[in-house]
Ligand binder design. Sequence first.
Ligand code: NAP
Ligand code: ZN
Ligand code: ZN
Length: 317
Amino acid sequence: MLIEIRYAGICHSDIHTVRSEWGPVAYPLTVGHEIVGRVAEVGPDVTRHAVGERVGVGCMVNSCRECEACRDGQEQYCTGGNTMTYAGVDRDGTVTQGGYSTHVVVDEDFVLRVPEAIPYEAAAPLLCAGITTYSPLRHWKAGPGSKVAVVGLGGLGHMAVKIAAALGAEVTVLSQTLNKKDDGLAFGAEHYYATGDKATFQALQNTFDLIINTVSAPIKMSSYLRLLRLDGVFVTVGAPPQPLEVPAFALINSRRSFAGSNIGGIAETQEMLDFCAERGIAPEVEVIGADAVNEAYERVLASDVRYRFVIDVDTLR
Ligand code: NAP
Ligand code: ZN
Ligand code: ZN
């Protein structure tokens, strides 16, 4: 189906990609995998979506549909080869191009319904930042009685706080400074600590059931792992190009786990959108014109994003 794009979020993954930080990419490349718009045209076999419907596209536009992960609705872990929204190789051999664009053509099975209850410009970041934090929070059962820490209060981090709080967990933000404390508490966190202060790591030893790391750069793993209580899990969604070095004893003591998580499946993404609509959860966005993208990238890199830049795609028309 053909989608007329209205808003596209700026994810830190776009920056890693366009700067070839994760490896070589084929230029020219259009990035963007937080896409919302309206269905403009459908092909004869489309049954799930209709012209005019408000829809979204996230990080994936296809998958093999046959492997165990695909059959289980976890297309993000497809072993047969899934197709990422940009910089992926499509079934016809062309390189996929993302959402900083006026239109995109996507198979209907990888298109989400975006409830009208979610403000239009705020819906886009749910397609990556929303699902990437919702999925591990659900997988590791964040909820009443669990203590969850979120490391980094950027695009992903602020959604992790909002969603974990909505799920009923006791949420702590671990940010470099206390500059965004009022925001973090307003998003639903009960506690807020500066990781620039060594006393934080003393005070919080053996505290958390789950830590969601959203930092785009390497962090000192030994310090963070020691904040987990017995059987606690540290999940990284942050994807720095450099390794995260894990000392064995930080895991062995207290039987801790170190895990990663990749976006979410299509059905789970729909579940997340419906959850956010029902609970009144939406990203905090700063809408910009397409000519301000370079400046926005610099502000993301400087941890000066409040809390997601979203491109008004009408400025491209
Ligand atoms: P972002 O908006 O830039 O947020 C990252 C936050 O990390 C910053 O706001 C900052 O928060 C903190 N931070 C940045 N540099 C740091 C440093 N050197 N040391 C300590 N803290 C630092 O980025 P994002 O869009 O949320 O993406 C975050 C990461 O997740 C990226 O690596 C991205 O590629 C990855 N990602 C992964 C998936 C997945 O499926 N696994 C999906 C999307 C994105 P404070 O100022 O609060 O400290
Ligand atoms: Zn992303
Ligand atoms: Zn598959």
